[in-house]
Design a protein around this ligand. Structure first.
Ligand SMILES: C[S@@+](CC[C@H](N)C(=O)[O-])C[C@H]1O[C@@H](n2cnc3c(N)ncnc32)[C@H](O)[C@@H]1O
Length: 211
C-alpha cells in the first residue's frame, strides 16, 4: 500500500483523532499544537489554508482567530479523513479533496498556510521541496510547518535506544542548519523555529517566509 493510500482507509481515518488526541496526553498535545500555530500566525491576514487538513482538528482554533469574516480553507487527499471530522466542517469556509502537489488556487490566494504532521511523512527530499514550493506559490505570507528536530531529549533518547537495538524504526532527525538548507531549496527561509517540547517531542514548528 502506498503511504498516501493509508489515509484513505476508513478505519485509519475514523481512529485518527481517538488514537492521537484523546485522553489527557492527547488533549495537551492538541492544545500545544493550537497555541503554537496561533502564536506563529500572529500578524498574518485572515485567509488561511490548512493543508492537509485531515480531520480538521485545527479548524475551530483557526476560525476563532479569523472570526466570521476570515476564510479558512482545508485541503486533503483523503475523503475518509475529511469525512471523519464530522461537525468540524463548520469551522471551514471550504474543504476540498486535493493534492498538495497541485493546488487548485491562483498565486497568493492565501495570507498564510498551516502544514502540520505532513512533511515528515514524505521520505523523499525532492518531494518535500516540491510540496513546499507549491504551498509557497499560493501563500503570500507565513507558512507554519512541523518538522522533525534533532535538538531534543526525545530524539537523543531514541538515537541511544536505536544504537543498542531497541528502536529498530528510528530515523535520525535533522538539526537547524539541515532544515534551513532544505527550506531554502523551496525558495523560503526559516523565520522562527520553536520545539514542540524538548523533552516529550522530537518535533518543532517552524514559520517560513519567502526569501
Ligand atoms: C498525519 S495526517 C495530518 C493531518 C493534519 N494536518 C493534522 O495535523 O492532524 C496526514 C494527512 O496528509 C494527507 N495527505 C497525504 N498525502 C497528501 C497529498 N499528496 N496531498 C494532500 N494531502 C495528503 C492524508 O490524507 C492525511 O490526512
Amino acid at each position: 500500500m502506498r503511504k498516501q493510500d493509508h489515509w484513505k482507509d476508513g478505519e485509519v481515518a475514523g481512529s485518527y483523532d481517538r488514537t492521537r488526541f484523546a485522553g489527557l496526553g492527547g488533549a495537551l498535545k492538541q492544545r500545544r499544537d493550537e497555541s503554537l500555530v496561533l502564536r506563529l500566525l500572529a500578524g498574518a491576514g485572515p485567509r488561511v489554508l490548512d493543508l492537509p487538513c485531515g480531520t480538521g482538528r485545527l479548524g475551530p482554533a483557526l476560525r476563532r482567530r479569523a472570526g466570521k469574516r476570515g476564510s479558512i480553507v482545508g485541503v486533503d487527499l483523503s475523503r475518509a479523513m475529511l469525512d471523519a471530522g464530522g461537525g468540524r466542517a463548520e469551522a471551514f469556509s471550504l474543504r476540498l479533496e486535493g493534492s498538495v502537489f497541485r493546488l487548485p488556487f491562483r498565486g497568493d490566494a492565501f495570507d498564510a498556510a498551516v502544514v502540520l504532521r505532513f512533511l515528515f511523512h514524505l521520505d523523499d527530499t525532492a518531494e518535500r521541496i516540491q510540496a513546499l514550493a507549491e504551498i509557497a506559490r499560493v501563500t503570500a505570507g507565513p507558512i507554519i510547518c512541523q518538522v522533525r528536530y534533532a535538538a531534543t531529549v526525545k530524539h537523543a533518547s531514541r538515537a541511544l535506544r536505536s544504537r543498542v537495538g531497541l528502536a529498530p524504526r528510528f530515523r535520525p532527525s535533522r538539526g537547524r542548519r539541515q532544515i534551513e538548507t532544505e527550506i531554502e531549496a523551496a525558495g523560503l527561509r526559516v523565520d522562527a523555529l520553536v520545539p514542540v517540547s524538548r523533552v516529550f517531542s522530537d518535533k518543532a514548528i517552524v514559520r517560513l517566509v519567502r526569501r
